[in-house]
Ligand binder design. Structure first.
Ligand code: HEM
Ligand code: HEM
Length: 297
């Protein structure tokens, strides 16, 4: 958008023409500007921005796309999905058609996927390791690796959702730096935990060194590290999910975006409580099985 020309109409004042020059600094759209004669007419329910666009290289019948965004309030927040899009203008007929409208809020998809990965799949996967008697014959292991594998794929997609997008709330929300910083720590710890899992020493000395170089007598130390990192990573991820939900809630203030606020208004806590309760019940039933001399692990 560097060098793009735009018209900005705030309140009842006259519109200003700008040439975009950076993230927060813009210069007036002076000589050579294709926009001119911008004017706003207001009624009690609507405002219309009219301006002239001159393009010497446009031929009759050609179309040109313009990006627009408007807001109902005076707060400086992101324009809601229903109030932004692209308009295609036909120079010969003069008709303007709204051609595209961004309907996917990438940060909301990021949040919902993160909640699935770290609120549901990872804790359930970790919880299964405490249910070895309820899920004997290695079923717990298949469950553990399967759930953390699915959680990891969702996690990667959730990270990718933010790549290439603008950091719209950077510097404007007090929780942003913390969310980003601890979020990056979670990414590093997740990678370490997955590598620990993949390069685990064999359980019994008779099986020898895994991959020929990981001694089985490291198993105790490995277990300590893996059993510590798991809950620590899930704990930090939980803090990141709570801050993320608050950022999303504060970012979208227009009424038509309210459907995603359930995340901050108790939604994330509901997911945590449900999943953790399930794990606690499973671990509790497993202790029963142990006390009753149930199935061997
Ligand atoms: C463990 C879970 C999570 C991790 C590891 C994580 C990680 C991150 C990271 C690293 C960024 C910065 C991206 C960048 O600067 O390029 C970010 C931004 C963000 N995250 Fe998360 N996040 C998590 C969960 C959530 C949740 C649950 C929500 C919302 C419900 C959320 C909402 C956001 C928002 C709104 C941004 C700012 C996007 C923008 O700049 O406009 N995050 N997250
Ligand atoms: C982010 C991913 C992972 C998390 C959060 C995680 C978390 C955990 C947790 C919390 C435990 C329980 C320790 C205890 O009983 O106190 C555990 C055990 C275990 N994990 Fe993972 N894990 C992950 C990935 C993996 C992977 C990829 C593998 C193998 C390929 C693996 C293999 C194991 C094994 C074998 C145990 C049981 C150790 C034993 O009881 O002797 N984990 N994991």
């Amino acid at each position: 958008m560097q060098n793009a020309e735009c018209a900005l109409a705030l309140g009842a004042g006259a519109p200003t023409l700008y040439r975009l020059s950076g993230h927060s600094v813009s210069t007036p759209c002076g000589s050579g500007c294709s926009l001119s004669a911008a004017n706003v007419t207001s009624t009690s329910t609507s405002r219309t921005l009219v301006m002239r666009y001159a393009d010497a290289s446009a031929s009759a019948g050609a179309t040109k796309s313009f990006i627009f965004a408007s807001s109902s309030g005076s707060a400086l927040t992101q324009h809601s999905v229903s109030r932004r899009g692209t308009v295609s203008l036909n120079f010969s007929s003069g008709s303007a058609v709204v051609t595209t409208k961004s309907t996917v809020k990438r940060d909301v998809v990021h949040g919902v996927l993160m909640l699935l990965a770290w609120g549901v799949f990872m804790p359930l996967g970790a919880g299964l390791t405490r249910m070895k008697r309820l899920l004997p014959d290695g079923k717990w292991f298949i469950g553990h690796t399967g759930l953390v594998a699915v959680g990891s794929v969702i996690f990667i997609v959730a990270i990718a959702m933010l790549e290439g997008g603008e950091d719209e709330v950077q510097g404007t929300h007090s929780l942003y730096d913390g969310h980003r910083g601890v979020g990056v720590a979670v990414i590093a710890m997740w990678l370490f935990q997955v590598l620990l899992g993949a390069f685990r020493p064999n359980k019994s000395i008779q099986d020898g060194a895994r991959f020929g170089f990981i001694p089985a007598n490291w198993r105790d130390k490995w277990f300590f590290a893996h059993a510590l990192m798991g809950p620590l990573t899930i704990g930090l991820a939980t803090v990141v999910m709570i801050t993320g939900a608050i950022i999303v809630k504060d970012k979208y203030t227009d009424s038509d975006d309210s459907e995603i606020k359930f995340l901050a208004n108790g939604g994330v806590y509901g997911v945590f409580i449900g999943v953790w309760a399930l794990c606690a019940i499973g671990a509790w039933r497993d202790r029963f099985a142990k006390a009753e001399g149930g199935l061997e692990v």
